[in-house]
Ligand binder design. Structure first.
Ligand SMILES: [Zn+2]
Length: 103
């Protein structure tokens, strides 16, 4: 059936690995416990390409949609981002942090 999207097939998907749902859930849980925020606070975990000089090609953006909104950018692809790395970023910069390790 030409022209149909082929889920799981070898169409030109990028070389960037995707994090599993479970890994993302674990990261969200780590964010909530590190910050002591309730389960109903929305936490977003997104893998994004970054084009800034000195950046890795793929970063993970963590956003907590509370007031004020807090965002961390971590220089790892989401599947490679560990709970420990995420917790350390939050503990060192509880107010949020853009582009760790860029100097
Ligand atoms: Zn960047």
């Amino acid at each position: 059936m030409p022209g149909l999207v082929n889920p799981g097939g070898s169409t030109r998907s990028t070389a960037v690995p995707k994090a599993t749902r479970e890994h993302i859930d674990n990261l969200k849980t780590a964010v909530r416990s590190a910050l002591g925020i309730p389960d109903h606070t929305t936490v977003l975990i997104q893998q994004l390409a970054c084009t800034e000089p000195g950046c890795p090609p793929v970063e993970t953006v963590v956003a907590v949609l509370s007031t004020p909104r807090t965002v961390w950018k971590l220089p790892s692809a989401t599947p490679d981002l560990t709970i420990a790395e995420l917790r350390r970023a939050i503990e060192e910069h509880p107010e949020g942090h853009d582009h760790a390790d860029h100097d």
